[in-house]
Design a protein around this ligand. Structure first.
Ligand code: TRP
Length: 332
């Protein structure tokens, strides 16, 4: 049997090139080799956006559309909405008995997110979302979880929960392994270390060509380079980083002519616009195809139905193992 992977993201807005480099491109490859589940983690988005739920219905569809536009094939992957799989919520409750508050409080990702968001007192839902994420992963008994480095503490939590459950009640869950993306994080167009919606330095997969062009042409390069003939420093240049990420074959020669002062920033940027257009135009085409009314909804409804069936199979085993299947065989 093929191994199973589960991954996904919180729907918090359109996906950008940082997502593409860090996870989408890899997912597109993995779908050929693994049984793939993609979660649109709307409940987890609520842990920080509980006061803005009105954005979710658009963001959920956008996350799904961007994944498919990037190349995930709805015929191959199961793409589903977290909140619509009751088994995930049920597992979260059972798993919450296995995890102490101290373990959650020591989770480095929770700590750094709380610090960034300025939370001084954490909600139960925010502190506990790694338990819910363990349920996201374990409901379908995933073997592998492709994620970025920041998610490792959560995968560790899922492994802990699986191990503890198995030890207490009997072997049901595989201990999932992280498949960590080693690709360096993509810098923003302003040169800051991370492309991030909150900083406003993103090139979105859904940006029209004129916008991509405008963003690339005004991106921060080497500030010491005023004249084209000044020797450039690709190690501090945003566009050079994009060449490494999106144009790896040509990147060494691009850097060389930058250092030599033979190619200027404008020419280098124009070249990058072309590279990005080659990447983004098929993405835009797929996006146009799938953004017709109802198409994404159908994909999510079908994926969610499959996810619910998986969850129900797992939950039957879980209730049995926990001896809480009191009225087994009778409809509840
Ligand atoms: N925590 C992930 C993020 O912030 C989203 C997520 C939710 C996830 N459930 C998951 C990722 C399960 C991998 C597996 O992007």
């Amino acid at each position: 049997m093929r191994k199973r992977i589960l991954t996904g993201e919180r729907p918090t807005g359109p996906l950008h090139l940082g997502h593409y480099v860090g996870s989408l491109a890899n997912r597109v490859k993995l779908q050929e080799q693994y049984d793939t589940f993609i979660i649109v983690a709307d409940v987890q988005a609520l842990t920080t956006n509980f006061d803005r739920p009105e954005r979710l219905s658009e963001d959920v569809r956008r996350a799904a559309l961007d994944n498919i536009a990037a190349g995930l094939d709805p015929e191959k992957v199961v793409m589903f909405v977290q909140s619509l799989v009751p088994g995930i919520a049920e597992l979260t409750v059972f798993f919450s008995m296995l995890v102490t508050v101290n373990r959650l409080r020591h989770n480095p990702t929770i700590k750094s997110e709380a610090a960034t968001l300025g939370y001084t007192d954490l909600t139960y839902g925010f502190l506990g979302y790694p338990v819910s994420q363990a349920a996201d992963i374990l409901f379908c008994r995933a073997d592998l979880v492709p994620v970025g480095e920041d998610q490792l503490p959560h995968i560790e939590m899922a492994r802990f929960v699986a191990g503890r459950f198995n030890e207490l009640y009997g072997r049901i869950f595989p201990e999932p392994e992280a498949l960590v993306s080693r690709i360096p994080r993509l810098v923003g167009t302003d040169g800051s270390a991370k492309m991030s919606k909150s900083i406003g330095n993103c090139i979105y997969l859904s940006d029209p060509p004129a916008e991509v062009r405008e963003k690339v042409m005004s991106a921060v390069t080497d500030p010491a380079r005023i004249h084209k003939t000044d020797p450039g420093h690709p190690e501090i240049c945003t566009i050079a980083a994009y060449h490494r990420a999106f144009d790896p074959e040509e990147s060494p020669s691009v850097e060389e002519s930058c250092r030599a002062g033979t190619t200027g920033c404008v020419a280098c940027k124009k070249r990058m616009v072309e590279v990005l257009e080659a990447l983004l135009s098929p993405i835009r085409e797929r996006s146009t195809l799938y953004e017709k009314p109802g198409v994404i909804d159908e994909i999510l409804i079908e994926g969610t139905r499959k996810a619910c069936r998986e969850a129900e199979e797992t939950l039957e085993m879980v209730r049995g193992a926990m001896r809480i299947d009191y009225f087994k065989g009778r409809s509840r």
